[in-house]
Design a protein around this ligand. Structure first.
Ligand code: SF4
Ligand code: SF4
Length: 88
């Protein structure tokens, strides 16, 4: 898998910025608000669910196509629970 932490992009005004690709999503913190899903331009996340020990359905977001991440960090900016970790 291609990952280059030093890769640089360019803004319209010619200044540089560095993409910070997704590393992980902490599903234990997730409240399934859907904000990251709506904001991600690359379709990286998907809403999932599982049953707990009392057969309650627990919803959470998970990474399904993290290889498509463009490193924009929109997900981290909108997440109210700090679920995301990105490359430095
Ligand atoms: S950094 Fe951007 S492209 Fe990558 S998962 Fe987050 S919102 Fe999607
Ligand atoms: S924005 Fe955060 S809390 Fe909301 S669904 Fe995404 S990961 Fe979960």
């Amino acid at each position: 898998m291609f990952m280059n932490a030093t890769m640089q992009g360019y803004r319209k005004n010619g200044t540089q910025w560095q993409p910070k690709y997704i590393v992980s999503l902490d599903a234990k913190k997730c409240i399934a608000c859907g904000k990251c899903f709506k904001g991600c331009p690359a379709g990286v996340m998907e809403l999932s669910s599982e049953e707990d020990d009392e057969e309650n359905e627990i919803m959470f977001m998970q990474l399904v196509k993290d290889g498509d991440c463009i490193g924009c960090q929109s997900c981290a900016m909108v997440c109210p629970k700090g679920c995301f970790t990105h490359m430095e």
